[in-house]
Design a protein around this ligand. Structure first.
Ligand code: PLZ
Length: 392
C-alpha cells in the first residue's frame, strides 16, 4: 500500500499501478512462485514446447470466469493484445466483420484498439488512420443520462445497431462492464443484460472487457457477475498476475476453436514467469477471500467519499463497485465538468503523499483503486489527505 520514491518520500497507493497490484505489491505467494520459476526456466515458446504453467492458468481462467459451459483460454502479453485477439476470434467464428463498442470506452493503444477506444486526446490524436468496421454506440451513463433505465438506453443502442449495421453483420459487441479510463461509469441496471440478449438473438459474440474490472476488483471475480451476465468471451489482464505482464482471452470452446491452428500466438504470450505470478495471485485471491476484502475496502471508501460530497458541492457523483470507486467533479450548481479541479486535487494529494488517478472523457473524475492488501487505517489516511486537498 506504500510506494517509496527515490527521495525517500512515502506515498499511499490508491491506484495500484492502474488496477494491477490487486493482491499488493510483491505478494509473498507471487514472489515465491516467480523466484522458483525464474531459477528453473525463463522462456520457451508455448507454441513450440508447451509447459504446465500456461495450461494451469488457462484452467484457472476457465474455472473462475462466469458460466459453466465448456471454455478455452489463450494467453497474451497486454490487455490491448487480448482485445485484438478477441476480435480476431469473433470474426473467424461468425464470419462477420463489424465490431460494436461504446461511448467512453477504452480498449488500448494499438491500431485496432485505438479504433475501439472512444477518446481522441490523448489516445488517438495524430495516430490515424484507424481500423475500419468499428461502430460506436450510446452508453448508459446514469449521472448524465437523466432518469433512463438500463433497458431503455440499451434499446437506443440496439435500434441503432439494427438500423446502421444490421445484427447479422455484427461479429462482436465489446463492452467494459464498468468503464475504466472512461470514468468508472457503472451502467444502469438492465443495460448489460439487454445488450447480451440482443447479442444472443443475433448470433453476435458478446465480449466483456474485464481488463480493469476483473480479478476481485469489484467484489466479484468479474464485474459482469453483479448483473448475472455470462459473456461469450472475456478479456483479462492487469490484476491477473500481480504486476507481471500477462493477459488472456477466455471464451466458449466452440468460438475459440473456430480459429485455424497457428492463427493466434506470439513469442512471449503466457511466458512461464508471468504464469507463475498469475498462479500465485489467483491463489492469494482465493485463500485470502479478496472479493470480501474488495467489498470492505469499498465500504470504507464510500463512507469517506459521501462525507466529502456533503462538504463539497463540486462532488457531483459517487460511483463504482467494491474497490473501484470514483467521484465526478462538476462546477457547483451545473453539470459542467471540472477537470481543472480534478487535476489540482490529484496534484495536492500527491504533494501530501497520496497517489490517485484521474480519468473520464471530460477528465473530471478522480478514481480510487487501492491494492486490496491496504490496511484500513492507511486507506482512511489516504482518503483524508484527498479530502484535505479539496479543503485547500
Ligand atoms: N481494456 C478496459 O483498462 C488498460 C491504460 C492506461 P494494456 N487501461 C489502462 C493508458 O493510459 O494506457 C486497459 C483497460 C481496458 C484494455 C486496456 C489495455 O490494456 O495492458 O494497457 O494494453
Amino acid at each position: 500500500g506504500v510506494i517509496v520514491d527515490v527521495d525517500g518520500n512515502s506515498l499511499i497507493d490508491l491506484g495500484s499501478g492502474i488496477a494491477v497490484t490487486t493482491v499488493g505489491n510483491a505478494h509473498p505467494l507471487v514472489v515465491e512462485r516467480v523466484q522458483r520459476q525464474v531459477a528453473e526456466l525463463t522462456h520457451t515458446c508455448f507454441m513450440v514446447t508447451p509447459y504446465a504453467g500456461y495450461v494451469e492458468v488457462c484452467e484457472a481462467l476457465n474455472r473462475l470466469t462466469p458460466g459453466d459451459h465448456a471454455k478455452k483460454s489463450a494467453l497474451f502479453n497486454s490487455g490491448a493484445e487480448a482485445v485484438e485477439n478477441a476480435v480476431k476470434i469473433a470474426r473467424a467464428y461468425t464470419k462477420r466483420q463489424a465490431v460494436v463498442v461504446f461511448d467512453h470506452g477504452y480498449h488500448g493503444r494499438t491500431n485496432l484498439t485505438m479504433a475501439l477506444t472512444a477518446k481522441n486526446m490523448p489516445y488517438k490524436q495524430s495516430f490515424g488512420p484507424f481500423a475500419p468496421e468499428v461502430y460506436r454506440m450510446p452508453m448508459s451513463y446514469p449521472f448524465r443520462d437523466g432518469p433512463h433505465g438500463g433497458a431503455e438506453v440499451a434499446a437506443w443502442a440496439t435500434t441503432k445497431m439494427e438500423k446502421e449495421i444490421g445484427g447479422a453483420n455484427i461479429a462482436a459487441i465489446i463492452i467494459e462492464p464498468i468503464q475504466g479510463e472512461g470514468g468508472f461509469i457503472v451502467p444502469a441496471p438492465g443495460f448489460l443484460p439487454s445488450l447480451k440478449a440482443y447479442a444472443a438473438q443475433h448470433g453476435i459474440v458478446f465480449v466483456a472487457d474485464e481488463i480493469q474490472t476483473g480479478f476481485c476488483r469489484t467484489g466479484e471475480w468479474f464485474a459482469c457477475e453483479h448483473e448475472g451476465v455470462i459473456p461469450d468471451m472475456i478479456t483479462t489482464a492487469k490484476g491477473i498476475a500481480g504486476g507481471m505482464p500477462l493477459a488472456a482471452v477466455t471464451g466458449r470452446a466452440e468460438i475459440m476453436d473456430a480459429v485455424h491452428a497457428g492463427g493466434l500466438g506470439g513469442t512471449y504470450g503466457g511466458n512461464p514467469v508471468a504464469c507463475a505470478a498469475a498462479l500465485g495471485s489467483i491463489e492469494a485471491m482465493e485463500t485470502e477471500d479478496l472479493n470480501a476484502r474488495a467489498l470492505a475496502v469499498g465500504a470504507i471508501m464510500r463512507e469517506r467519499l459521501e462525507a466529502l460530497a456533503a462538504a463539497h458541492p463540486s462532488v457531483g457523483n459517487i460511483r463504482g463497485r467494491g474497490a473501484m470507486m470514483a467521484i465526478e467533479l462538476i462546477k457547483p450548481g451545473t453539470m459542467d465538468p471540472d477537470p481543472d479541479l480534478a487535476g489540482r486535487v490529484a496534484k495536492a494529494a500527491h504533494a501530501q503523499g497520496v497517489v490517485t488517478l484521474t480519468c473520464g472523457t471530460y477528465g473530471n473524475v478522480l478514481r480510487f483503486l487501492p491494492p486490496l492488501s491496504i490496511p484500513d487505517d492507511l486507506l482512511r489516511e489516504g482518503l483524508d489527505i484527498v479530502a484535505a486537498g479539496f479543503d485547500a
